[in-house]
Design a protein around this ligand. Sequence first.
Ligand SMILES: Cc1cc2nc3c(=O)[nH]c(=O)nc-3n(C[C@H](O)[C@H](O)[C@H](O)COP(=O)(O)OP(=O)(O)OC[C@H]3O[C@@H](n4cnc5c(N)ncnc54)[C@H](O)[C@@H]3O)c2cc1C
Length: 185
Amino acid sequence: MAQITIVGDGPGGLSAALFLARADHEVTVYGTDATVMHFAFLNNYLGIDAISGTEFQNNAKQQVTDSGATLLEQEVESVTVDQGVITVTSSANTHSPDFLILGEGKQMPIANSLGIQMVAGEDEIVPVDRYGRTSIPNIYVIGRSARPTRSQAIISAGDGAATALDILSTIEGREVQDWDSPPKE
Ligand SMILES: Cc1cc2nc3c(=O)[nH]c(=O)nc-3n(C[C@H](O)[C@H](O)[C@H](O)COP(=O)(O)OP(=O)(O)OC[C@H]3O[C@@H](n4cnc5c(N)ncnc54)[C@H](O)[C@@H]3O)c2cc1C
């Protein structure tokens, strides 16, 4: 079982948590519930008719905890990496996860402190690959943090899912997908 820490309790972090907890890994989400989802009313989330951002967040948090992840309402204060060891310090504890996912939202002080910087161009982006991998092994950046000027809830959730599958594939050494079928009659 891998220990995976997620910084950020918006749609990005929660989506990653859902996939990783379903695969029975030890998943901890740190969040301060300062997501801009509380200002949103979603009419553009595929498969959902219309929902307030706050209700979406409440549903998502319930789904994630039901799947076995731990949600801690704590701020992560710092992250360091020394000889490949990631150390996360929150307002209440210090630990060293195997993987770290940063879904901090528009501001990304933790990512910045690790030298992960925005690159200005046609669009402002963080240089990650399609799975959210950064240049630091086992550290990912997802969601609004990765593309602040093109932020949508469903994109953040998709980023979280893509990162989760990359972590699961890395752990298992094969391509992993989370597919379920309807129960047989
Ligand atoms: C007014 C408004 C209306 C919007 N309407 C829509 C809409 O209709 N449809 C749509 O798709 N999108 C909409 N959006 C955009 C949508 O809200 C974002 O795309 C989405 O919230 C991004 O999700 P995220 O997970 O990437 O980041 P966020 O939702 O920003 O989540 C980041 C989370 O990380 C937490 N965090 C950050 N740093 C730390 C730390 N160090 N320790 C612990 N926790 C931390 C924060 O508390 C926050 O909860 C709207 C946005 C705004 C502002």
